[in-house]
Write a protein that binds this ligand. Structure first.
Ligand code: 5GP
Ligand code: ZN
Length: 151
């Protein structure tokens, strides 16, 4: 528990949330600033800033519940498409420094847009995907480097 962390305060019950799921290791609740209706945050109860800091069993507990939550959110919102997003580090868009997985329904863009009031959930995650082309020689070296670091 980090006393300055907003998500730790939610876990402790000091800040309210729209709770969806809880077990010994995991909490899931609605995002207060949804990108679309049904935008959910899934967090470990143990404070960690980035994904790589999580213990294997905590990561496994989150992984075990994500599909269930995805099914429930899809059923509740009628949206079959969704993105899982997990930002690590400020330059990668992380604002809250407690690991969290976003589950963001993606409404069908071909459906007629509803008349939305300002501030209502929108069209889900927008993706900018500036793909390059892998260099086979550099890829061999890089793959070796990563596999050695994996141990
Ligand atoms: P990040 O940019 O760090 O990946 O996302 C942080 C998310 O946390 C944002 O989508 C933001 O709306 C959400 N958030 C920030 N503060 C609170 C809060 O107090 N309660 C809830 N439910 N969500 C929050
Ligand atoms: Zn925290």
């Amino acid at each position: 528990m980090d006393p300055n962390c907003i998500f730790c305060k939610i876990i402790a019950g000091d800040i309210p949330c729209y709770k969806l799921y809880e077990d010994g290791r995991v909490l899931a609740f609605l995002d207060v600033g949804p990108l679309s209706e049904g935008h959910v945050l899934v967090i470990p109860k143990a404070h960690a800033v980035q994904l790589g800091e999580m213990a294997d069993e905590v990561a496994a507990a989150i992984g075990a519940v994500l599909p269930r939550l995805a099914r429930a959110v899809s059923a509740a919102t009628g949206t079959g498409a969704y993105n899982i997003l997990q930002n690590n580090g400020e330059v990668a868009g992380q604002v809250v420094m407690h690991v969290h997985f976003h589950l963001i329904p993606k409404p069908d863009p071909t459906r007629a847009p509803d008349s939305k009031s300002p501030g209502s959930p929108g069209s889900g995650l927008g993706i900018h995907w500036p793909a390059g082309q892998i260099d086979p020689e550099a890829a061999e070296t890089l793959a070796d480097k990563i596999t050695s670091a994996l141990g």
